[in-house]
Design a protein around this ligand. Sequence first.
Ligand code: FES
Length: 433
Amino acid sequence: MDVFSTPAHFQPLNSLLNGDSSKPKLRNVRSSIPSSLPGPLLHAAPSKSRLSSSSPVSVASPLEPAIDVAAGEEKFDWYSQWYPVMPVCDLDKREPHAKQVLGMDVVVWWDRNENAWKVFDDMCPHRLAPLSEGRIDPSGRLQCAYHGWCFDGNGNCKLIPQSPLDGPSRDREGGIPLDFTLKKLGIEGFDAELEFGYCKYQAPCILSIHADVDSPSKGRRRMTLTFMCVPVSPGNSRLIWAFPRNFDIWIDKVVPRWMIHVANNLVLDSDLYLLHIEERKIKEIGSKNWQRACFLPCKSDALVVGYRRWFNKYADGEVDWRGRFSGDLPPTPPREQLMDRSCSRAYKSLNAMATVLEVVAIGLIGVVAAATKQGAVSAAGRTRLAILGSVCYAVSRWLAHFVQKYFRYHGYNHSVPDKAMVFVQMFRLGVAP
Ligand code: FES
């Protein structure tokens, strides 16, 4: 049975709804709760609810024992109670867990430095990504999957990779902090400078990053990365992007388009769920209050700050749907549906190929069985057919797995390194939009 200690800043659950925006809000675990309870608990202050002896009203029914009910104004406070979250035996200490209590999202994680389970609001104070999508870092802290901020068991932020004081030269996936400086901001958008180029936001949906780098061996390399993000309906947008450049353009001619899409999806989809949740959190607190909820101390966030300022100042914090929608976000679909990429032609072709290979494999095994019975084919021939059938079957299974993972649903468990992500996450720390 685990025994939990009470951190010094133990607060009632309802008081945690407001507070220091630079820390994740802490839902504390139990201290003086009877030790027979099996797992981490959401904090509750000692119950203020009690039965009063003043002005008793007798309630009697043939089915219930007679009790006295106070006629006073007291009301039960659901947010000043303890709630068990999960049995400890069902929790894995190696990763954070998302749970919900009273409609609130919390993250439960094992703090090995304090030997205790911790329960925080499931919302990173940086840009509101769910901390439960993160990981336990090598020092035993809770690390956000989005930009890598790390928190100790008291909710103190111990590492900001984008900060010049903390920042690694490269993170584990090759990302580096980027130094943006916001320049002119007006109704048409804004400009920003960065070390090796500049950036332009053209309202409402075009963002371009221009870079100009001198390479001693390859001369002057120029490139522009342009994102066009089209508002489709509340909660949905369409991303179109282009990468014009004056080098390595042969890649576009040689590599099939679907392969480039698969690589892009690895980057975009790994952030998709985080952004989906962030959008809902910002909606909940109100677009105009985002700066009170988010803590953005680094220059890497300058583009986000610029966009939010533009959005609130010139668009009143919302897209003008001209009454086509209520403005409410649609309910969150299951993750498999959210990440479904089944629309591409390559998906259909590869899927068809996997099915054909499976049918061929079954056919070949059938032929071998029939030939064995009738003695129609030599033993060596039957062996060759059986091997061919097995290979077809193995390839069809591998193809089906590939299609499922890269076209339908990639789970993105951020608590373990994904090797496929290493080459595509170069911009995570600095420019994740
Ligand atoms: S580090 Fe958590 S949202 Fe950025």
